[in-house]
Design a binder for this molecule. Structure first.
Ligand SMILES: [Zn+2]
Length: 114
């Protein structure tokens, strides 16, 4: 909340991944990079499956498609605009909650971020 709403060029995703294998570390680097929107990642089938499942399990705003060219095939990861939509929704919900609190007199003063 203190950071306010996401900047339009900020593509970083800070969600936690419970797996700590090397591929998930690479995935994390990509997710957290605020200037990276897409990753082309040559991976064998087994490792691709793992990343597919990890992204599904984390409900990330990231598409993950296999490009069936070359050897090994490539996994194409793309962060989607949903990232910004979700972020705005969250920001609005928090702002509203704080306003309701202050309107009801439960907050004695406005939070400094406003
Ligand atoms: Zn992993």
């Amino acid at each position: 909340m203190q950071k306010g709403s996401r900047q339009t060029d900020d593509w970083s995703i800070m969600d936690k991944n419970r797996c700590s294998c090397n591929d998930c570390q690479d995935l994390k680097v990509f997710l957290q990079a605020r200037n990276l929107q897409q990753k082309t990642w040559p991976l064998n089938k087994q490792r691709r499956m793992h990343i597919h499942q990890t992204i599904e399990a984390m409900h990330l705003p990231v598409t993950h498609e296999t490009q069936r060219t070359g050897s090994p095939h490539k996994l194409i990861l793309k962060k989607t605009r949903q990232l910004f939509i979700e972020d705005k929704k969250r920001y609005k919900a928090i702002s509203k909650a704080i306003k309701q609190l202050s309107d009801s007199g439960l907050l004695t003063k406005e939070p400094s971020v406003f």
